[in-house]
Design a protein around this ligand. Sequence first.
Ligand code: FNR
Length: 355
Amino acid sequence: MKALSLRELEATARSLLNPRIHDLFAGGSDDEVSLRANEDAFARLGLIPRVLRGRGEPRLDTDLLGCRVALPIVIAPTAFHRLAHPEGERATARAAAAAGAILTVSMASTTAIEELAQAGGPLWFQLYLQPDRGFTEALVRRVEAAGCKALVVTVDSPVFGRRERDLRNGFTDLPPGMCCENMRPLGPDGERGPARPIAFSPALTWEDVEWLRRTTSLPIALKGVLHPADAKRALESGVDALFVSNHGGRQLDTVPAPLELLPALADALGGRLPLLLDGGVRRGTDALKALALGARAVAIGRPVLWGLAVGGEAGVAHVLALLRSELERALTLCGCGSADDAGPELLHLSRLEQR
Ligand code: FNR
């Protein structure tokens, strides 16, 4: 694998992918203001290193929702991996397992959760709460049985964001032979029915989250909580973590970059819930900045799809290896022996507020 950076890999993926599929993966909603903001926020925030601290080689391993992981970089849930590579999520799951990284399997995965569990790595499952609680509960039982270690409940999608690239390209559905495999209800003999569409509901409330809390003992992370008042409300609902995310700029447009919102959320929570951040993480220095602002881990969405498109399992392995070595180098250059050594003192914060 030749790419020296995720940006190089992205350029190669773009040249290989069908333009409609590339747009589906790369695009954001409306004017793509949030999409651009995500990467820009990292570029605007400077690092001020500490020197001569003698901390030695940095350690990246950590605990996330009860899972011991080799690095604080999680694979965010993204739909339709088989559109990027014929082996789809299977390739992603093998690369994640080999790297000791968590794969968050999307509810819109084109491979069934049971097949991904065979890769042997830690899996989380991303859920859109369905208005049909019976269906949601059956799916939760299914992912529990498959050995998933946590549920990531995406709450920023009461309706689907308007993705104008897809509208322009006429992308409406998966090609024949592919579907959202986990949306196929399992019959009593294990046979799978036809896939249901994923419902997005503006009627969901905190009561639905609390119902889920009562329904499963798996850790629950809420993905897409951005308002400090909602972060405080989340504490009462009994969830275990929050993903600070604007869905990669694909839902409400003009939402600020998660990096910019992280300090206020960390303040509101005062350490009572771990925070993960996704959106625009493309470099080890990006991950370090989020960790220094109080995130326990970051997650990556599109880079995994670019890796898949370029090299299947080896491509995803390359994405994780690049970010791992970049994060190690960034920590070392900042005089940190682990993410715990990285705090806001390393950040040139005044620049984050400037436009
Ligand atoms: C996503 N994302 C997403 N999120 C989710 O909760 N369920 C999903 O099925 C998907 N699907 C999806 C598909 C594609 C093509 C993209 C690009 C994104 C959002 C994803 O989990 C994550 O929040 C962002 O991708 C993070 O931003 P970056 O790393 O792509 O900049």
